[in-house]
Ligand binder design. Sequence first.
Ligand code: CA
Length: 224
Amino acid sequence: MRILLVEDEDEMASALSAVLKSYDMLADRATSLMEAAEIMLAGAYDAILLDRNLPDGDGISLIPKLRAKAIPTPVIVLTARGQLSDRVTGLDTGADDYLAKPFAVEELLARLRAVWRRAADLQPDIVRLGRLSFNLNHCEAEVDGQLLELPRRELLVLQTLMRRMGRTVVRSSLEAAVYSLDEEVQSNALDTHVSRLRRKLTEAGAGVEIHGIRGVGYLLRAAS
Ligand code: CA
């Protein structure tokens, strides 16, 4: 799990990073709104822990920007402002949860597990991004209601990316989705499927783009 920690206070940030690391979660850190906006739109996070009082503004102003890009990464707002009205504002803005400082590490971990569980439960049969809709049960892609005919492996790549849209899917997960264990996989076979799929999506005007992260994997997002 990869977490983006948006926190300007060094002591708080290093304590949290250490805790997350001890639970095998990687934490990247941003110390301002501006920095966070840049990093989070790369979309490679499983959760964002967001401080409200940042040097250049209120952390929750980031949430609408995230959702506007169809990035569903769960956001837990961490703040010293524990007042009811602030909690309501935070949740109304699209935060998935709200945690007032100081908090126990166990509570933070429990809430992270809860947002991930909820995200998994809410996964619908049909997911949409741009003009593309994908039926996860039937493994069918449509652009504006027109069936998009794709070879099986390209469909499986697209299915895996749609399931985790806005987040990086590592190469090994994509290969595992596309090939059975006993198949010999050429090292560049995945890239070939992805580049064909990318071309077909563009030709069909799907309004999505497959962004490659060199040596790591791919992520699907709305075309910019
Ligand atoms: Ca702060």
